[in-house]
Write a protein that binds this ligand. Sequence first.
Ligand code: FEO
Ligand code: CA
Ligand code: CA
Ligand code: CA
Length: 642
Amino acid sequence: MAKDFALMEDSNRSSNPSIHEVSDPSRRIILRGGLGALAGGFLAPLSAVGGAAVLVGCATNHMASGPLMGFKSVAVSTADTITVPEGYTVQVIAPWGDPVGMSSHNHAFKEDASNTAAEQEAQLGMHHDGIHYYAQEGSKRGLLAMNHEYVDHGLLFTDGMANWSAEKVRKSQAAHGVSIIEVEDKAGKWEVVNPSRFARRITANTRTELSGPAAGHDMLKTAADPAGRVVLGTLNNCASGITPWGTYLTSEENFIFYFNGGDKLSDHERRWGLRKGGSGYRWHEHDARFDATKTPNEPNRFGWIVEIDPRNPNATPIKRTAMGRGAHEGATVAVTKDNRAVVYMGEDARFEYIYKFVSRDAIKPGGAAANAALLDHGTLYVAKFNSDGKGQWIALTHGQGPLNAANGFADQGEVLIKARQASDLLGATKMDRPEWIDIDKQGWVYATLTNNSNRGGDKQPGVDAANPRVNNTQGNIIRWKEDGDFHGATFAWNHFVLAGDPSLERSDAKGNIKGDMFSCPDGLWVDGRGLMWIQCDMSTSAMGKGDLKNFGNNMMLAADVNTGEVRRFMVGPAGCEVTGATETPDGKTMFINIQHPGEPANERSDPKNPRAVSNWPDKKPNGRPRSATVVIRKADGGVIGT
Ligand code: FEO
Ligand code: CA
Ligand code: CA
Ligand code: CA
């Protein structure tokens, strides 16, 4: 969720210094084509960061030769359909409400949204987001793990939020979380395998465990869980990550929107954005767990990175507290030369921070079982971007600097639970909503900063070198390279692109493409060949207005990081966000997620007319729009993007 779904969170009123002067931000914007000297180096083994670092997420085996991009750019569009380049095909699978393939219960989707809560618990959730393909049989059969970020109650129920009830809350909770489905390429068409022994739903009510330094902390104890170690569920699961040992990382983003606060909020509650009356989900009216006036510690049990073993349907999801608490957008893993895991995470809220976690121990051979405690021990850092193009990682370690009892941090557990307050004290850089993060073959780490219309001007904080735009409606992609290796304490940074930059348009008189415009980058993924994919999430409330008027529907573009060229690859259906991408090991099938097709400008569908904006993908006259996974292939069977 993006956007101003209920109220965009904006709770960082700390006075830690931003860099208030902008010496010359354009100095740090990569000139298009300025990296030509690196072109051709992208197929070599990664060597730029310390010589032997290994990138995960790039473990595919389709090292095709030739230029990274070979497709013809598509135009912007407002059509209620998926537009892809000539020579590409589109197939839709796994829409919200279809059965995931559990043999225990297996219910067809009802077009009028009358499925019960119990039925929804065995169906795909709503509002698909992060996704990853886990090969079971190469590029022919695998598991898809995917997030269901949030719900639109106007679509989820026949009569929307009328007659609000415990059953409706239960169904809303069941449409959240994660789905594991098995998919198979059957004679050129991908199908969900049903039944499948791997099929699984993890919802806002699934038993999960807390591990790491904050597990068992007083601030995580509740009457229902006096030990502070077992939480029911995960929610607002946004971007995703993968580990080299085969697990899935799902991040809990805007968890605070599900909680109701009281008249008198503590400083801690205020800093995390808790509001009296909640933010529109109304779960607290029938589930006291989400009423922080009754269960004040329950919000502390959300906002974690959750590790799931997709190949073991009986494995308990684990909330890894060592990586800190936040409105986490994602968790992207790199591996150091000495085989430690480094996890990059952004917190998507206005003026929040970028983090990295460095594991204490090396990754061991032996998969998930051998690395079950790897993410429980290590050091969490927050980023500070200096105005000279350098930056540093500052440790969130209890007893170091200001992180002591006198400042409200009794122990490391409290530092992690109150990671925002710790970062405030450490002087970290307040960013323009960090969303997805990924890493290219040269070791540059890219983060989308989607937008921040509250930046600067007559508002505080003002601009800084890393966040150089007043009223940043368009967003940026920032990137950095660590000094030495991924665990490095310092880095060099620049902007890969300021989105909406007119210099990206096709402006060459001979018709040569320089690049295609886009705005509000959110999803970001580097594929196995090193091609970077950018997915956009312009809020429907802002779409078509002011300087956002020429972009049409949300889209996906490819970027050649060697040349800086950006090319539009796909435009989504009306009212959607494009988010989440993954591929088969041969690079010939790409799965992406379309979230909230048909979302109206006020971001809440009218149950009396749920198809006012879109009825994608079913296109039934009485149907309703459904988030779904889109399978993209080349008609000639080639590698995607070529
Ligand atoms: Fe869930 Fe920040 O998008
Ligand atoms: Ca979203
Ligand atoms: Ca977004
Ligand atoms: Ca996002």
